[in-house]
Design a protein around this ligand. Structure first.
Ligand code: MRU
Length: 342
């Protein structure tokens, strides 16, 4: 899968792999208007924190190209700001989305020249963000692979692979690199209710790469750990603050089960996922539709009228994390601010 790009700038448009159709159909969708990119993020055609950050950056590049015919710099900037607001509303939790939008706006504000020059600079910046994502993942792969031994069985949750990034993945990167280094690694993938990113996407990626993977239901995590079937757990993240890791709902229970069974629990993420601003005490957890829970494969399985609470993410206290695997190395939770603010 690492030869594929989940999101890419192709001939002045944004091309993404349509994740809603996997694993049955592998198709690309191409967008020429930022509003459709925002909709694709909202509807999870493209998903995963790093991938939606890059998609948002490319969406802003589309908006800049559409606005560049005006000679009025202020009008151009206003149109860019409007596009940025639409992008910000697409999903609330992933830090990478807001990080990428802020970086693009800063680039626009500091760029020299008229709207055409600024737009050209933004197209380049979006592509740079995409390239940096792949580079970061490769480094995460190297640092994380060193934590794995030949014969290890690694448990992962949701999808933090190529499909959640531009390519190569975050939590799946160390597994890929360790295998490249000749280690035999097997994977347990949780199905990840309710959207089934583990069942549909992680197993698809790993099978495609010939990496041994076993699918388990989310509730089997404690059992397989207690039975000695797992060597460690590694997950991605949507936002990491100085106190918590916000990641796909279910992550917290995996971290607790790892602790109870004496297993390492790692979180793999690039710097763009970290939000160590001192004022950042609250993380907005996205709540998605009740239908994601009451229906499976479009068929209702819960009684009509039942109350549903469907948080898409949860918060794992940093104390439960053995180490953060980043492109700058493996960081202990207590060292986060010291290492990442430099
Ligand atoms: O709701 P999703 O599928 O966008 O959630 C994705 C996750 O929770 C991933 O684990 C996270 O973004 C890390 S991806 C490298």
């Amino acid at each position: 899968m690492s030869e594929l790009r989940t999101v890419e700038w192709v001939n002045g448009k944004v091309r993404v792999i349509d994740q809603t159709r996997l694993p049955d159909k592998f198709t690309y969708v191409t967008y020429g208007d930022y509003r459709y990119v925002a909709k694709a993020i909202k509807n999870m055609v493209i998903r995963g924190a790093p991938a939606i950050g890059v998609a948002a950056a490319m969406g802003l590049a589309l908006a800049a190209n559409a606005a560049k015919r005006t000679a009025d710099q202020e009008k151009f900037m206003r149109r860019l700001q409007t596009a940025a607001e639409v992008m910000r509303k697409s999903r609330p939790t992933a830090r990478n989305l807001f990080w990428a939008i802020d970086r693009m706006l800063k680039k626009a504000e500091t760029a020299q020249g008229g709207p055409s020059d600024v737009a050209a600079g933004l197209v380049e910046e979006a592509q740079r963000i995409a390239e940096e994502d792949i580079e970061a993942n490769r480094k995460i792969g190297e640092y994380g692979a060193a934590l794995m031994k030949d014969g290890d069985c690694v448990l992962t949750h949701c999808n933090a692979g190529t499909l959640a990034t531009v390519s190569y993945g975050t939590a799946l990167a160390p597994i890929r690199t360790a295998i490249t280094h000749g280690k035999r690694i097997r994977v347990f993938a949780t199905e990840t209710r309710p959207r089934l990113q583990g069942a549909k996407l992680t197993t698809y990626e790993l099978l495609r790469d010939g990496i041994p993977v076993t699918l388990i239901v989310d509730g089997a995590v404690g059992y397989v750990m207690n039975k000695g079937m797992v060597s460690m757990a590694i997950v991605g993240a949507d936002r990491i603050t100085s106190r918590f890791v916000a990641n796909k709902v279910g992550t917290y229970m995996i971290a607790l089960a790892a602790q109870a069974n004496g297993l390492s629990f790692y979180v793999a993420a690039p710097s763009s996922t970290f939000d160590l601003r001192p004022e950042q005490t609250e993380v907005k957890i996205e709540e998605r539709s009740a239908q994601e829970v009451t229906h499976i494969g479009g068929k209702r399985v819960a009684p009509k009228g039942v109350n549903v609470f469907n948080p898409a993410f949860d918060l794992t206290p940093n104390e439960l994390v053995t180490g953060f695997v980043t492109e700058k190395g493996v960081i202990q939770p207590s060292m986060l601010s010291a290492v990442l603010s430099t």
